[in-house]
Design a protein around this ligand. Sequence first.
Ligand SMILES: CC(C)(COP(=O)(O)OP(=O)(O)OC[C@H]1O[C@@H](n2cnc3c(N)ncnc32)[C@H](O)[C@@H]1OP(=O)(O)O)[C@@H](O)C(=O)NCCC(=O)NCCS
Length: 126
Amino acid sequence: MPELRGRFVEAQPLEPADERIVAVRDSAIAGFLDLIGSHVSNLFVDPQHQGQGIGTALMAEAARRVVGDLTLSVFTLNPDARRLYERLGFRIEGVKTAPFAGSSAEVWIMRKPRPGKWPSGDTPEG
Ligand SMILES: CC(C)(COP(=O)(O)OP(=O)(O)OC[C@H]1O[C@@H](n2cnc3c(N)ncnc32)[C@H](O)[C@@H]1OP(=O)(O)O)[C@@H](O)C(=O)NCCC(=O)NCCS
């Protein structure tokens, strides 16, 4: 995303998350995924490990931990990531402008529909 590159700051801390899932390769962090409730708020894989299935594995682990739909937003300048999410079952629900690095950027809102939460005591059929 060259258009956004100048707007990332090295020392910018990550915003808090409910859960942070970390992928480790050869004893080093190769990527991570943040969850706020059932929303994937961050997903990053180290460039030297991209395209090796780590992002897919992190999303699978997030799906395992969340009951019901998963949501995320992705910059409209990032169609490669959108392609991955669509392959994983996410669909675009809309477009909005979100605050980003002191300014704003357009994002696709995406949702992966999944079986809902079952009331306690009930079990899904089938
Ligand atoms: C998007 C990202 C998380 C995917 O993780 P990954 O480990 O590279 O993904 P996987 O290996 O599981 O799957 C590869 C798929 O990811 C997509 N992809 C997106 N960016 C990619 C990249 N830089 N390199 C390789 N694949 C990328 C492609 O659709 C690819 O599918 P394809 O084989 O059909 O082309 C990772 O590339 C990344 O961190 N990119 C920079 C940060 C980013 O864009 N994060 C998403 C913010 S919503």
